[in-house]
Design a protein around this ligand. Structure first.
Ligand code: 4NP
Length: 155
């Protein structure tokens, strides 16, 4: 199975989601491929925001070597599941999909995790280290739920 995590810049939320999902799937014994991408091209080629790297480091997840890239239409063919970090990103990705099959691959990350409080992982880019920590915690718990869902084949 191949999973793609998508946010706006691919330097804050989706790199954290990629790092956490990789670690959790591996721990669960699931040999999945996980990647991430952004809607914008402005940060392509960059490593994740230092505050995201710090949040990962605080919890033993190293995301420092990831490199940002822009989402490509070819990703619809390469991946089985595409997870958008918020509803706005979901709309951006859906607008690029051509077929029903492609649209069906796109999910709102928190909705897929059956998260009831909100559908949106807040964008921490203009926030503080504490906002990055909150985002990390949210993605951590939601990732557990998603891995559990894959383990049970409930999707
Ligand atoms: P991300 O955060 O989508 O979680 O990577 C952002 C990073 C950069 C920008 C916006 C959000 N930006 O506008 O440059």
């Amino acid at each position: 199975m191949k999973l793609l995590m998508v946010c706006l810049g691919n330097i804050c939320r989706s790199p954290i989601a990629e790092g956490l999902m990789k670690a959790k799937l591996k721990n669960a014994g699931l040999d999945y491929m996980v990647d991430s991408a952004g809607i914008l091209s402005s940060h392509a080629g960059e490593t994740p925001d230092h505050r995201a790297v710090e949040a990962g480091k605080n919890h033993g997840v190293d995301i420092s070597t990831q490199v940002a890239r822009k989402f490509s239409k070819s990703d619809f063919e390469k991946f089985d599941f595409i997870f958008a970090m918020d509803e706005s990103v979901y709309e951006d990705v859906i607008s690029l999909a051509k077929t029903e099959d492609q649209k069906n691959k796109v999910n709102v990350f928190l909705d897929f995790a059956d998260w009831h409080e909100t559908s949106n992982v807040p964008d921490p880019y203009y926030g503080t280290q504490s906002d990055f920590e909150d985002v990390y915690q949210l993605i951590d718990v939601a990732s557990d739920k998603i891995v559990e869902k894959f383990m049970k084949g409930k999707f």
